[in-house]
Write a protein that binds this ligand. Structure first.
Ligand SMILES: Cc1cc2nc3c(=O)[nH]c(=O)nc-3n(C[C@H](O)[C@H](O)[C@H](O)COP(=O)(O)O)c2cc1C
Length: 318
């Protein structure tokens, strides 16, 4: 049973939302309410600090998210102190003996994660917010992955989860648990900039683009802002030159010194071609509201409030 393995009662996982959008406050609130909360920050020191802050507040299980394009060896050592490690975007490989989940966007990727020893895979649908790995709707990919992997192998589903009925549908389709990002981004405990949250509350539509791909040239789902207005025309991926620059910056992503990354993020403007994946946090530069990605999934059209994460978890519980 996956829930026993994860040590949780409610089959709902709060997605790791990177660059510090989901830190200990959110993860603790979700885990305390019976789900699995996930910390997502960059760097071994930040992972250790957030995990220690969370451990001081809860004895419940906690997950740490590791983005493979950026992770260095010491990130994994720090993340291994969590009860669960969730990896994303890269070749699935077991890095520690504990519970490990890998988020996948295709049947092939799910197969290779299972073969690499992942304890479960998260099947991510194209409707998801943030970086989008696959091209199929979540429940369609779930069905394909379910038929391709051994019976009983635990699957979680991400994308399109904002209400109890979504969780029920996912469980009925064979998932052991559901993963929600955007719904928890719009919580009291998320570290998204307050205006980022307000803009999402007013949004109906999302854009799947590659615009904010400097150092991580990968598709991501956002709501419109000044940068998308400036750069996106008919081709929603963004101008070719921007995409070439993004690709050229990618190999160095893991080794770019933190101070240089911080300078690039602070200098980011809607008119610039170098647009990093850093989203506006409540302690980051305000300029990112117009120059950075306002990540959101398609469920944003159905969300009209910001609530404490514990209330959200209770509302999602089947
Ligand atoms: C704001 C935001 C940031 C995200 N950042 C990450 C991340 O750092 N690592 C990761 O594995 N997934 C990330 N995701 C994707 C989630 O893991 C998950 O697939 C997605 O949130 C599911 O779709 P939903 O947002 O509609 O619930 C992010 C999603 C959002 C909305």
């Amino acid at each position: 049973m996956l829930l026993e393995r994860l040590g949780i009662e409610v089959p709902v996982v709060q997605a790791g939302m990177g660059g510090g959008l989901s830190r200990h406050e959110l993860a603790v609130a979700v885990s305390e309410a019976g789900g699995l909360g996930t910390i997502a920050v960059n760097g071994a020191a930040s992972i250790s600090r957030e995990l220690a802050a969370a451990r001081a507040l809860t004895g419940r299980p906690l997950a740490v998210n590791v983005l493979l394009p950026f992770a260095r060896r010491d990130w994994f050592a720090a993340a291994a102190e969590a009860d669960v490690v969730v990896t994303f975007w890269g070749r699935p490989r077991r890095r520690h003996p504990g519970t490990w989940l890998h988020q996948c966007g295709s049947v092939a990727e799910a197969r290779s994660a299972q073969a690499a020893g992942a304890d479960a895979v998260i099947v991510q649908g194209v409707e998801a917010g943030g970086h989008v790995r696959g091209a199929l709707a979540a429940l369609e990919l779930l069905e394909r992955v379910r038929s391709a992997l051994p019976a009983g192998y635990p699957l979680l589903v991400a994308g399109g989860i904002a209400e109890r009925e979504d969780v029920v549908q996912a469980l009925e389709a064979g998932a052991s648990a559901a993963v929600a990002g955007t719904r928890f981004l719009l919580s009291a405990e998320s570290r998204a900039h307050p205006e980022y949250r307000q803009r999402l509350l007013g949004a109906q539509d999302t854009i799947l683009t590659e615009l904010f791909g400097a150092s991580w040239p990968a598709p991501h789902r956002v709501v419109a802002n000044a940068a998308t207005e400036r750069w996106l025309g008919r081709d929603l991926r963004g101008p070719l030159l921007n995409r070439v620059i993004n690709r050229l910056l990618a190999p160095g992503a893991r080794y770019t010194p933190a101070a240089l990354q911080a300078r690039m993020i602070t200098a980011q403007r809607p008119s610039g071609r170098v647009l990093t994946p850093a989203a506006p946090t409540d302690d980051g530069p305000r300029t990112l509201l117009d120059a950075g990605p306002l990540y959101a999934g398609e469920t944003v059209a159905r969300i009209s409030d910001i609530k404490p994460a514990a209330d959200l978890l209770r509302a999602l519980a089947p």
